[in-house]
Design a protein around this ligand. Structure first.
Ligand SMILES: [Fe+2]
Ligand SMILES: [Fe+2]
Length: 170
């Protein structure tokens, strides 16, 4: 099994342009799952998804990393502002996340789009069409269960190891 450090290096190598993007940095200021925020959650989901993907030799790890790092970006600035109902938030943020992923990366593959747009299954009845999209559905729910109990110092150590420039955005 890959070590935590190896997974983090892999995420930095494949997703460095996302980690350094304005949307990703902004995500640290968007609360998510009580004690966490959008970008820490995206890091947790990416790491958990890669661990699950280690069980399948056919898994596309690069698509998984790029999509997981972007999967909730639609929430940034939209939750409770544009998304005025819980249902609207649940159904719309995956679509807006895919649009923001395209803005950062220039384009996204059909598989990356599938992973991002269908990560809320079964809360939204648009089913995943790939192994990687099933993986994020599981990892996303698992992370949502433990994140209310996360500790700030562990997040700060994660940012330091991954060389992520967390700062308040103007
Ligand atoms: Fe989500
Ligand atoms: Fe999520």
């Amino acid at each position: 099994m890959r070590s935590k450090e190896d997974l983090e290096k892999e995420i930095r190598r494949v997703g460095g342009d996302i980690l350094d993007s304005e949307w990703f940095i902004r995500g640290f200021s968007q609360p998510h799952h009580f004690r966490s925020n959008v970008s820490d959650h995206e890091l947790h989901v990416t790491k958990t998804s890669l661990r699950l993907a280690g069980l399948f030799s056919s898994a596309d790890r690069e698509a998984l990393i790029r999509a997981c790092l972007c999967h909730d970006m639609g929430l940034i600035g939209n939750r409770k502002v544009v998304y005025t109902t819980g249902r609207m938030c649940i159904t719309q943020h995956p679509l807006d996340s895919a649009t923001r992923a395209k803005d950062i990366l220039g384009s996204i593959s059909a598989k990356e789009k599938d992973i991002i747009e269908h990560h809320m299954f079964p809360l939204v009845l648009k089913r995943p069409n790939s192994l990687e999209a099933v993986i994020i559905c599981i990892a996303d729910k698992y992370c949502a269960l433990y994140e209310p109990f996360t500790v700030r110092s562990s997040s700060e150590r994660l940012h330091s190891r991954m060389k992520i420039a967390v700062r308040a955005m103007a």
